[in-house]
Design a binder for this molecule. Sequence first.
Ligand code: C2O
Length: 511
Amino acid sequence: TTHTYDFNVTWVTANPDGLYERPVIGINGQWPIPIINTTVGDRVIIHLHNQLGNESTSLHFHGFFQNGTTEMDGPTGVTQCPVPPGSSITYNFTTDQPGTYWYHSHDQGQYPDGLRGPFIVQDPDSPHKGKYTGEFILSVSEWYHKQIPTLLTSFMSYTNPTGVEPEPQAALMNDGPNATFPVQPGQTYFFHIVNMGAFVGQYVWFEGHHMRVIEVDGVWTEEAEADLLYVTAAQRYGVLVTMKNDTSANFPIVSSIDEDMLDKVPPGLNPNVTGYLIYDSTQTLPQAQWLDDFNPFDDFTLVPSDGLGIFDNVDHSMTLDVVMDNLGDGQNYAFLNDTTYLPQKVPTLYTLLSAPEDLVTNTAIYGENTNSLIVEHGEVVEIILNNHDIGKHPFHLHAHNFQVVVRSDAEAGDFDPTNTTALTTAAPAPAFPAVPMRRDTIQVPPHGNVVLRFRADNPGVWLFHCHIQWHMQTGLMATIIEAPLALRAQKGSQGVQALPADHLAACQAGG
Ligand code: C2O
């Protein structure tokens, strides 16, 4: 099946938190933007028309592998040019993976202004088929009253040398307060939980009900009981929730901002947003209870249903250190090793496809500020990510899910390859799980580390970055140049001219 959409991207007015009306970025005059629903194997064709008038844009389909279609991935300066106002481009790709995804602008930190929505792929062969009778989407995000360009200007100014992130004004569930989920007693439902926020992690719980996790970032898992989930920006969970047999009351579902991520908690901020399981619409909506002990489910313990074992022969290990600092100029920057990513005018993919073939394995051609890391086709790649910062950083790798083989406690320091047992929290010795959890976004703890592994089986140009939009804009990003020679061969002798004409035209139109 092919799903074809015309998306006219325009400013519309909305007041999602009920506190403040503001311009937001909508599609076809609507906000929230459409939910995309497909089945494994389906094709999606989106004609994107930028009618914002004052900003460029793009779309990224978070979590999709884009195998063979790296040019459809969406980040500007990486796989395409920004789509300037008045221009259109088409995204055309297949959804070959099941589960819970989302899509968002990948241009200038723009998506928190509203251009983000859920994307669900149904799986006729799901190992959990038949366990539920209905499905719901439960999205969460923080919300700002000011628009991103204004917030970015002050965040990146010389008056903010330590990089204090803008404080959100509210938490949203399904883009508002008081989301309702009508349920039948005794039935089991599949909730697709997605944090579409740009900054804070959120704790999510159902009062009076247990969750059973069955999916993590598009990877089916064996069932695992959970009462409280911690969902970072860009992470997803699929959970089953079985209803009570009694219909005498409705129950709150709560999502609560991780206040530890805020430098200071603004006095007016309600960190919680509440939705409701509605058993009986004639009953009142109950008051949610405050939780004083946040002890979330440990996702490190999840086991993928496919049983894929750990990649234990690492071909290529790289260490990246997260450093937040300034350059003595009073402005805050983010560094991976010693590099702060700078936006590229020529998309890195275009550089790769235009260069003489014998140069594409030479990082120098991509420019120092792309933080380019070349990996060879088929090799098992390990990323050791050490956090030298006091903040939490939810890192995302495009076009892959990675095995999480180590995740340390906060304050554990750098990963020590000679002493893995002492550093792993969740996994008892042997330190490396035999069948590691896989996902596409993982939070590296404050002054701690994670170790990730994946197979370089997807030629393309793919970002690896902190998903906090503030940190992306100050450079917490690297470019994985995966199998450049295979990618050249895939696109053929026309090189960059093999890319769709409308993508190339966006570069011309943008000047
Ligand atoms: Cu959700 Cu680089 O993206």
